[in-house]
Design a binder for this molecule. Sequence first.
Ligand code: NAD
Length: 366
Amino acid sequence: MKRLLVTGGAGFIGSNFVHYWLREHPGQDVVVLDALTYAGNLANLAPVANNPRFSFVRGDICDLELVARILKERAIDCIVHFAAESHVDRSIVGPDEFIRTNVFGTHALLKAAREAWTVNGKMRSDVRFHHVSTDEVYGSLGSGDPPFTELTPYAPNSPYSASKAASDHLVRAYYHTYGLPVTTSNCSNNYGPYHFPEKLIPLMLVRALDGGLMPVYGQGENVRDWLYVEDHCRAIDAIVHRGRVGETYNVGGCNERRNIDIVRRLCEIIERRFAEDDALRVRFPKCPASKGRSVSELITFVDDRPGHDWRYAINTEKIRSELGFHPRVDFESGLERTVDWYLANEGWWRDVLSGAYRLVTSPRDA
Ligand code: NAD
């Protein structure tokens, strides 16, 4: 595969993936198709903007004609599909856009790919449609339940996870019905650079640095599995190159944490950074750490999210044994890297927060 179409490449994981792919695959070209919604940001792609192997098309994945034209004119032989509405809180406030992009948009891509990759009535076998999905399609686990496997029945609980589940089913159907060479990955929570500050880790970071309240749902007891974003990119690379067509692979960090423990750990890392570097006190005077106080004084428990899944955990046996994939970044160093990225890229998140992108109204923001 030589010419990739990356949908949603201006978002969090998509942009990390584009950086990763151009670095790791010097002979290959990448075209990004992204509508630049509130979550998409060209600044995420600035480091590769002048790379001759990279190009950007602003557009909607629901636009079948546009997608068909890109596939044909750019001779795309691999689609890695990230584009989605991705924030559960927003899906509770307004589900329509989730159904449009995640379900109809995925279907438009599948339809265009089927058309473009059928030659003389036969589906090409040297192409790939990789669909990036989430562990949230499996629903919620109790504290003692075994982690999700690829055989766990789907039981999505939010409009977001239901729309992703629907898209997974369409991808599967295009394989079984039309022979489209597809793979799907269902990954746990990612964290790292370019993460939009409405999601747990970056939201807590920017609030802490600006001395704002750090809103934690319920008592912060909900458990998620966490994976550093670059490890997710490596997992997709392994699946695209060596994964079996028609298969789904669960991807995770085998790293379950309660939300409150993550927030407290972030507070500790920030306090340590302020103790090591006096300049931070000047740059972030509203952060309690600038006056030697505990950052965790900002933690505020807010009413729980409706239908909040209790726990997600991933059984990664399949991707480990079939593709030899293991995460490389352990949680402690991944979290430290993330804090350091947000400290070093204040301009990025200030721009994101500057009003061009309105944060969702949710219990967390109330
Ligand atoms: P994100 O919200 O940061 O980025 C989504 C991108 O898609 C944005 O650049 C946005 O502009 C673009 N987009 C949205 N609607 C579009 C449309 N109609 N046409 C074209 N582009 C459109 O999301 P993310 O966190 O990077 O997630 C990427 C994918 O990975 C999603 O499919 C999500 O379901 C999946 N995923 C995310 C996580 C996570 O922890 N963030 C975990 C597992 C799976």
